[in-house]
Design a protein around this ligand. Sequence first.
Ligand SMILES: [Zn+2]
Length: 179
Amino acid sequence: MMSIDTQVYCQRCGGATELRLHDGRERPKCLTCGAITFFDPKLAVAVLVEREGRLLLGRRAQGARAAGKWSFPAGFVERGEPVETAAAREVMEEVGLNVEIGALIGLYSYQGEDVALAVYIAGKSTGEPFAQDDLDQVGWFEIDDLPDLAFPHDRQIIGDWSSQKPAASNQQSDPGSRG
Ligand SMILES: [Zn+2]
């Protein structure tokens, strides 16, 4: 995803910075006051919405990153916002659906990546989805007939989701033997 390692000015005094090795990594160091800038990761959230075994995906519009490819409703969590609230908000903003946010599928982060992505399953959803925000089309897809996905981790996420699904149906048919 995007890089946020390009800060020029010191967060303490506003002075110019230069990349210097500090604690084993190059970090901006202020040329005026010497303060080191440590970058936090950004937290993003994505939601898998399923109906009748099919997964809701949106096609990314021209001008968006990975334009023309498909991905889940997703976006950044704002500071002070509960992650589940951000998840529901992004689904509403991108595909116009009211969803209850269900279980966390996983938290995905990679070496050198600025963004950590939390992925949830949607519980009940109401309404018909339509593309808005940075999407130009939406569709429901069978897991074995997916379109061109936007991001390398998308397929892993779908795989994780699929492998967690049988646990839910086992629970329904045989509630006594879990664990
Ligand atoms: Zn400074």
